[in-house]
Design a protein around this ligand. Structure first.
Ligand code: HEC
Length: 321
């Protein structure tokens, strides 16, 4: 008798004992216990303690994934892929006598915990299924649309996609870096990369996107959320043959520009949260048969428009509210 319920634990145990140089950090298992114990007392939802109203220090909550991604009253505290640009990592590595050292009181993170935090951020800061407290969560800030998309971490999936892809030369990497792009392999030793401009979103314009075109064979994930790109950048993006995940949230792109994306045969995830995209834009997307996740929260698309699109693309999941 071999039902799926019996087979699953077997697969998991095989993965555990398989020799692997690469084990990803599991946020919930490896980091959450330490953060809960050492950080959350001062960084949680507003509450009353001994008759006094307490608000989170620096406006920063560390008790929910959406809240960590939202950041503090001074801005983001987490830049997936870049520990040095992530306040939650920086603050725990500052010298103890520095005012910014965290935790400001109580037990420090151990060396191991700090290393895990660094590795987790480097790997893309994936919260897995962890949401945490939903108190005060803005309507629609579903963690699924908020967290960085991670394509299936499945070796077979990648090895098929990696076929015939050459690793990027140092020269190409240097050029992309000069344009402000951060380029990171999707997994160790893969020629496939994830690209974002998270450390300079306000400077990332169409010209910067044009500068990453020489990397086109290698890019599988591209995050241009909150950048100042226009439809012209979409013409360039439409030429990335292996693009799986594209984040265009809160940009000035329009329905007209969306048409440039219809050649993206591998695209699985598209984030259009907070854009001006309407049902007219969705009509173009109907040609993207590989699409699996579409985020339309706070766009101008309507439910009837979404209904037409999901009828055209079987299996598509759309988040609109
Ligand atoms: C005893 C209370 C306390 C604990 C525990 C604590 N913090 Fe803080 N945290 C603060 C205070 C107070 C500030 C504001 C400091 C300031 O404005 O100079 C702050 C600020 C921060 C900031 C800067 C936010 C910003 O953008 O201004 C980060 C990041 C941070 N804490 C992370 C952490 C982490 C990670 C932990 C656990 C390892 C932690 N904190 C534990 C009190 C605490």
């Amino acid at each position: 008798m071999s039902t799926p319920a019996f087979r699953l634990p077997l697969i998991i145990s095989v993965c555990l004992i398989a020799p692997s140089a690469y084990t990803a950090v599991n946020f919930e298992k490896d980091l959450l216990p330490a953060l809960t114990k050492k950080c959350v007392d001062c960084h949680k939802a507003p509450h009353v303690e001994n008759g006094q109203k307490k608000v989170p220090k620096a406006g920063l909550r560390l008790d929910a994934s959406w809240a960590i991604l939202k950041g503090s009253e001074n801005g983001p505290v987490l830049t997936p892929g870049v520990p040095a640009k992530s306040g939650i990592y920086e603050s725990v590595t500052l010298p103890k006598d520095d005012d910014g050292h965290m935790p400001s009181k109580g037990e420090d993170l151990t060396k191991e915990e700090i290393t895990l935090l660094k590795k987790w951020i480097e790997e893309g800061a994936d919260f897995g299924g962890w949401v945490g407290s939903v108190e005060g969560m803005p309507a629609g800030a579903m963690t699924e649309s908020a967290r960085p998309y991670k394509p299936r971490a499945h070796d077979l999936f990648y090895s098929a996609l990696e076929k015939d892809v050459k690793p990027l030369s140092d020269e190409l990497l240097a050029k992309a870096k000069a344009a402000g792009a951060q380029v990171a392999p999707v997994k160790v030793d893969s020629p496939l990369v994830r690209v974002d401009f998270l450390t300079g979103v306000s400077k990332c314009d169409d010209a910067k996107v044009a500068a990453i075109l020489p990397l086109k064979e290698n890019i599988v994930q591209l995050d241009l959320g909150r950048t100042v790109i226009t439809d012209a950048a979409l013409k360039i993006i439409g030429q990335l043959p292996r693009l799986i995940a594209l984040d265009l949230r809160q940009t000035k792109i329009t329905d007209v520009g969306i048409e440039s994306l219809i050649g993206l045969k591998k695209l699985e995830s598209l984030n259009l949260y907070g854009t001006e995209i309407t049902d007219a834009g969705l009509k173009h997307l109907a040609k993207l048969k590989s699409l699996k996740n579409l985020y339309l929260w706070q766009s101008k698309a309507t439910k009837p428009g979404v209904k037409q699109l999901t009828a055209a693309i079987p299996g598509l999941k759309v988040s609109i509210e």
